[in-house]
Design a protein. Structure first.
Lengths: 338, 369
């Protein structure tokens, strides 16, 4: 029996290592399509338009990678993954990159054997409550009942926050965001807690949105970003620098509209290096010279993607906040292209 | 004194009168069924009150003060339901992500289902014998139409979704699980130990594990154990799991029917010189299956509703399409409408199955109880 288990384990390890050492870039090129893992439905990040296409902030990153690698942003095969499915799907090679609002944590990066390639959205856990409660801050929530999704890190963060502040609370366990919304509106709980982006999305559905407020306290760090498997550094570099190119493009003023004209050459050597009219950054990645042009053309730079799917012009109406460029007082910062 | 006074003559009888008005007609029915005692009267009043507080607001929400037109949820300004998405999204609810220019293939497959089903469901239609050959060919025809090949553009099954995914998985499960269930039921009652043990093991393993666990195994564990680049189609995996699961239930339902057949029937069949297969096919199974109809249809309905469980492995059946719609910022918060719509769809399909089964029971009734 013991021998059999050892044998089985050896096979599994062999499969894993085989997957890890195959060149993902070559696989994607020969398949002609990028297999990208996204959410099964999260407002702003991954959702369907009325024609049945998957769009959103996370899906836009998949399109940028496909454009950089294959030259065509439409060559994406979306794999809609649940929270439990996402890590096995990436580990088994079912998908090439996971762009599914996944929080970068120590254990996921180190223990699960993935490589987070950057942060595309800084989220954090917050609270929404009725203004009629008469409080202005989450630190005054002593004794409140709190709607909370079970089995997530939000539950642990909540316990930590109330313990640190010496307060008590009564948890009202809820399964999904939609249930939580209904429970909160039915006044089964005083406040509802989840990621701030989710709170903003929920708030837009309230008929009397002005009667509710999101408290200023953000009680956890949820840096969301794309990730790839351990062990294929070339592929990780490609995934990382596509994201960095999108961020740098916003900083340098390269947009979906002007990228084609700037690709011919400009006064700014950094733009020229990024867009391939100077230097050989594309070749170093194993891609074509115009990889970044294609990636930016797919959906615009970081700021344009943000505004299209999450920003104040959308039904979600999220402010840039900490997700503004570092030059505007935010945290979004990409290393230079040189 | 004569005997005459002892016998009543015809003329002495009271004339026939109609029954008291309170015991006939609507009034009589109401009195007899709704207000026959104090307890019943109270229960009736409570029932009426509940209907009064539930039905009018529900109708008002769903119809009278509902919005039916608009491009997004902000166009829905009234108090009631917002059905504006139906117009924009019915294609997704029907076809999922099936390519728009290929959707006619789904329509044809669905239309062909009618001539395929009618000869099987009703035996008094003209040309039923020939029609049944088409019914046999239908699964292959439909597969080619939906998946592609033979000149049709190939459509990957991860584009399947909505109503058509429920129908595909449900129908494939129903078609496959009945014969497999019969074989398993016979196997479980077999005298051959290997056959019996294998059947019992199959039934107990698949019946003893929740369907969600099996789906997770098929969707998450299988890719880890398979070599890379070898992948079974996810929809095929789901059909296999759903079929295996309901076959196990089906086997037990049919075994119940088999046990209801008296031993005399077996002995009579053997006395006629019939072998095992002919005895089963001609004498035992026709009777056993007839007895099992309610159980079989029960399993079918359960199977069809269980197709929504594919939601846990990220497939977009009609329920998940509804959920994904609600994650579009334009339609956020309309989950009640989406769920009501999906519930209505399932009710129509399952109720039709149930009606058909009672029709079948009446038709096959030989009153030999």
């Amino acid at each position: 029996m013991k021998i059999a288990w050892t044998f089985l384990g050896a096979i599994v390890i062999a499969l894993f290592s085989f997957t890890a050492h195959a060149g993902t870039l070559d696989d994607v090129k020969s398949a002609g399509v990028l297999k990208c893992g996204i959410n099964t439905g999260l407002p702003g990040f991954a959702y369907t338009d009325d024609a049945g296409n998957w769009i959103g902030f996370d899906a836009a990153y998949c399109r940028a990678v496909a454009a950089a690698v294959l030259g065509d942003p439409d060559k994406v095969e979306y794999h809609n993954l649940t929270g439990q499915q996402r890590f096995p799907a990436l580990a088994s090679g079912e998908i090439d990159v996971l762009s599914r609002n996944t929080t970068w944590t120590f254990s996921r990066d180190v223990d699960l054997g993935f490589t987070f390639i950057g942060v595309s959205y800084y989220d954090g856990q917050g609270f929404i409550g009725r203004k009629s409660l008469g409080i202005k801050s989450a630190t005054e929530l002593d004794g409140a009942s709190v709607c909370i999704q079970t089995g997530t890190t939000t539950e642990l963060n909540l316990a930590d926050f109330f313990r640190v502040n010496g307060m008590t609370y009564e948890p009202v366990p809820i399964e999904t965001n939609e249930e939580a919304r209904i429970a909160y509106l039915a006044e089964r709980c005083d406040v509802y807690t989840t990621d701030a982006s989710g709170l903003a999305a929920t708030k837009t559905t309230f008929e009397d949105g002005d009667a509710h407020m999101v408290f200023p306290e953000i009680i956890s760090k949820e840096p969301l970003g794309p990730l790839v498997r351990h062990g294929d550094d070339q592929w990780a570099d490609i995934a990382r620098w596509v994201l960095n190119a999108l961020i740098n493009a916003e900083e340098l003023g390269v947009t979906q509209g002007n990228v084609s004209s700037l690709a011919g050459g400009s006064d700014n050597p950094e733009i020229n290096r990024m867009l391939g009219s100077e230097g050989s950054l594309g070749e170093m990645l194993g891609l074509s010279k115009t990889w970044a042009v294609a990636a930016i053309k797919a959906g615009g730079n970081y700021g344009e993607i943000f505004e299209r799917y999450l920003g104040t012009g959308t039904a979600l109406g999220l402010e840039r906040g900490v997700n503004a460029l570092y030059t505007n007082g935010g945290l979004i910062y990409a290393p230079p292209m040189r | 004194m004569t005997d005459q006074s002892f016998f009543r003559s015809q003329a002495d009888l009271l004339p026939e009168r109609s029954p008291p008005p309170a015991t006939t007609g609507v009034l009589g029915w109401v009195r007899g069924n709704l207000f026959s005692s104090w307890l019943n009267s109270i229960l009736t009043l409570i029932g009426l009150y509940l209907l009064w507080i539930i039905i009018p607001p529900a109708l008002d929400w769903a119809f009278f003060s509902a919005d039916i037109a608009g491009d997004d949820r902000f166009a829905c300004t009234s108090e009631g339901a917002c059905w504006a998405w139906l117009d924009q999204r019915y294609n997704q609810f029907l076809y999922g992500f099936y390519p728009a220019d290929q959707r006619w293939r789904v329509n044809i497959a669905l239309l062909l289902l009618i001539p395929a089903l009618i000869p099987l469901l009703f035996d008094k239609v003209p040309g039923a014998k020939i029609g049944r050959w088409f019914s046999l060919a239908y699964p292959f025809v439909a597969t080619i139409l939906l998946v592609g090949g033979f000149g049709f553009e190939s459509v990957p099954t991860n584009k399947f979704g909505g109503f058509m995914l429920n129908i595909t998985v449900g129908l494939a499960g129903i078609i496959l699980s009945l014969p497999i269930g019969i074989v398993l039921a016979l196997g479980r009652r077999s005298n051959m130990p290997v056959v019996r043990i294998l059947s019992v093991a199959f039934i107990e393993i698949f019946r003893g594990v929740p369907l969600i666990t099996l789906l997770f195994t098929a969707a998450i564990l299988l890719p880890i154990f398979m070599p890379p680049n070898v992948s079974f189609d996810l929809v095929v995996r789901v059909i296999v799991v759903v079929t295996a699961f309901s076959s196990a239930y089906m086997a037990e339902v049919i075994r119940g029917g088999l046990q209801a057949i008296p031993r005399g029937q077996y002995e009579a069949a053997q006395a006629l010189g019939l072998g095992y297969w002919r005895m089963m096919a001609l004498i035992i199974l026709p009777q056993a299956l007839k007895i099992s109809i309610p159980g079989i249809v029960n399993t079918f309905i359960g199977l069809f509703k269980d197709t929504t469980l594919v939601i846990v492995i990220g497939l977009f059946d009609i329920l998940n399409i509804g959920k994904s719609m609600v994650s579009n910022p334009d339609w956020l918060g309309l989950s009640a409408e989406a769920y009501v719509f999906v519930a209505l769809f399932f009710f129509v399909v399952c109720f039709s199955m149930s009606r058909y089964s009672s029709l079948l029971e009446k038709r096959l009734d030989t009153e030999n109880r």
